[in-house]
Design a protein around this ligand. Structure first.
Ligand SMILES: [Zn+2]
Length: 131
């Protein structure tokens, strides 16, 4: 997982335009800059289940600003669905490049996305390791 252990302040969010490559190679697919998020809140917790497997959970509240490039290309701001897509692409997924027998790469999913006041979004990132 890209975000594991990292304390965010801001990040560019990108939308993936094609899904040709899996997991660890997904950056080879074309992406589009959607905008930038400033973290207003970022709470990261790590927990373990009964078998000792590690899980991570981040609660995020961000302020979204549209990319000028996106505006130029489309003549409008990104739609809420496009922002959501970019949040999934940027904060979810995995960097795993193992074909088999992966033991412990992080993979994460973005859940509970909601749009609050103007430009403010909240979402959670749930992460676990591949076993
Ligand atoms: Zn792996």
């Amino acid at each position: 997982m890209r975000t594991q252990g990292m304390k965010y302040q801001s990040a560019h969010i990108e939308r993936r335009l094609r899904n040709t490559y899996r997991a660890g190679w997904s950056s080879l697919d074309p992406h589009e800059d959607v905008g930038r998020v400033m973290f207003l809140e970022y709470e990261h917790t790590v927990s373990y289940d009964d078998s000792g497997y590690e899980f991570a959970h981040s609660s995020c509240v961000v302020l979204f600003t549209a990319s000028p490039h996106f505006r130029e290309d489309h003549g409008r701001d990104p739609s809420p669905a496009e922002v959501e897509d970019a949040l999934h692409t940027t904060f979810g997924g995995s960097n795993c490049q193992h074909d088999y027998d992966c033991c412990g790469c992080w993979s994460s999913g973005v859940v509970d996305i909601s749009r609050m006041d103007d430009g403010v979004w909240s979402f959670d990132i749930s992460s676990s390791r591949n076993y």
